[in-house]
Design a protein. Sequence first.
Length: 121
Amino acid sequence: MRVGEFRDTRERRIVLGMVYTVAALTFAMLFGIQAYRRHTLPHSVATILEIREEEQDGGRSGPYIAIIGLLEFTREAKGQIVTCRTEKEIDRGRQRHEIGQKLDVIPATGTCDRVDIIGKL
């Protein structure tokens, strides 16, 4: 018997069951982390100040046009309000964005460089 061969269908069902269980748990964990972030971390409103298109290398899926926006938003740090400006890929050309448009975002704690875009307002 070679490595990777199953002697009967019972072994195959057990292994597939284990693989599906691990995949489901991984998905649930990743989904749970995102849900936790969206519902517990403070949101902010970002304004698009500038927009430009940039061609990005998409790896195996090939190049794509990224919509890069200069965003301005505020976040709270140690009881003080901090105004942040950062560039972020806001879309891959599927939706229309305009200068002055408002976005719902979740800024990272302690920095202005990382921000998660939730959607348009």
